[in-house]
Design a protein around this ligand. Structure first.
Ligand code: PXG
Length: 294
């Protein structure tokens, strides 16, 4: 939260944060019925805005939620909200809830979806996470499967991720590795996973239950540009334990090294050369590209 009260966009109107409220009958609150995106902006430019909005519309389509605006209108809501708050670097939370309706599960009782956009400064992870790397632990809570709630939908139903985070913290780790119901590695609670082994970079497939991360995709492009071989594969914990290097990617975390997982030291226990290369390459990309805000 910034010193100045933020101006929050709700359904086309700006409200001071103390007055930015939605109905207690909103199905987003009652049932977690809605979708969201977390987006970063750097140097007056929104990073990969189109891709985030495409993913938002795909999530909405998958849960049969009609967003009452076009792709371009939603993009403008995002840039307008940042501009209204006079921010230059920060984090955007874009939420589309099912809207207010009658008590009861049917989404068709809700008249119209609500679009909420919050732009704020971001509290960055402590510097030592990037310098020394994170400690991870395996979580008991599994990623949901395609036959329940598709893990590709960025829904307002993040309880399994929240529970997994609780388990990781209880284990004394900073982040948790979530497996799919078959026991293969999916991702962390809010970040994608990459490992390096014998000069090749590996990341779990989306079919394994990992989110089709925007940062993941950007890093995959950087890996290709760097001429490093990359494979999307099904991965077991063994592949992580025995990796030479490991790092996570996500909008909030960007690229962050991992030094220990389930008490196994990863590689030398210090961020490796490819991890450092990707960290620098990602910062350069994020600082120099994106949709202009002003
Ligand atoms: N996995 C999951 C389950 C996520 O929700 C990522 C990976 C990384 O994807 P991106 O596209 O950011 O590279 C996410 C990302 C928040 C918040 O508070 C956002 C995420 C995760 C946790 C918290 O906005 N999203």
């Amino acid at each position: 939260m910034s010193a100045e009260p933020l101006q929050i966009l709700i359904d086309g109107e700006f409200y001071a944060e103390a007055d930015a409220k939605i109905s207690v009958f909103d199905h987003g609150l009652l049932y977690g019925d809605g979708v969201f995106e977390g987006i970063r902006f750097y140097n007056d430019r929104v990073f990969r805005l189109d891709e985030h909005i495409d993913r938002l519309f795909d999530s909405a389509k998958a849960i049969h939620l009609e967003i009452p605006a076009t792709h371009d209108e939603v993009c403008k809501m995002v840039t307008d909200t940042v501009a209204k708050n006079g921010l230059h670097d920060g984090y955007i939370r874009l939420v589309v809830t099912r809207g207010a309706g009658a008590l009861g599960l049917s989404p068709y009782q809700c008249e119209k979806a609500s679009i909420i956009c919050i732009a704020a400064t971001i509290t960055l992870y402590p510097e030592e996470y990037y310098r020394d790397g994170l400690i991870l632990a395996t979580c008991a809570t599994r990623r949901p499967t395609h036959d329940s709630l598709s893990p590709s939908v960025k829904s307002l139903n993040y309880l399994s991720n929240v529970m997994a985070k609780v388990e990781a913290l209880a284990a004394g780790a900073q982040e948790g590795v979530m497996l799919n119901t078959e026991g293969y590695v999916a991702e962390c609670t809010g970040d994608n996973i990459f490992v390096v082994k014998d000069g090749v970079i590996y990341t779990p497939t989306v079919a394994s239950g990992s989110l089709n991360g925007i940062t993941r995709k950007a890093v995959m492009e950087l890996i290709e540009e760097a001429g490093i071989p990359l494979k999307e594969v099904q991965m077991a914990r063994y592949d992580l334990y025995t990796a030479d290097e490991m790092f996570l990617t996500g909008t909030a975390a960007e690229v962050v090294p991992v030094r220990e997982y389930d008490k196994r030291i990863i590689g030398t226990g210090e961020p490796g050369p490819i991890t450092k290369q990707m960290l620098t390459a990602f910062h350069n990309l994020a600082e120099s590209t994106g949709t202009p805000i002003y």
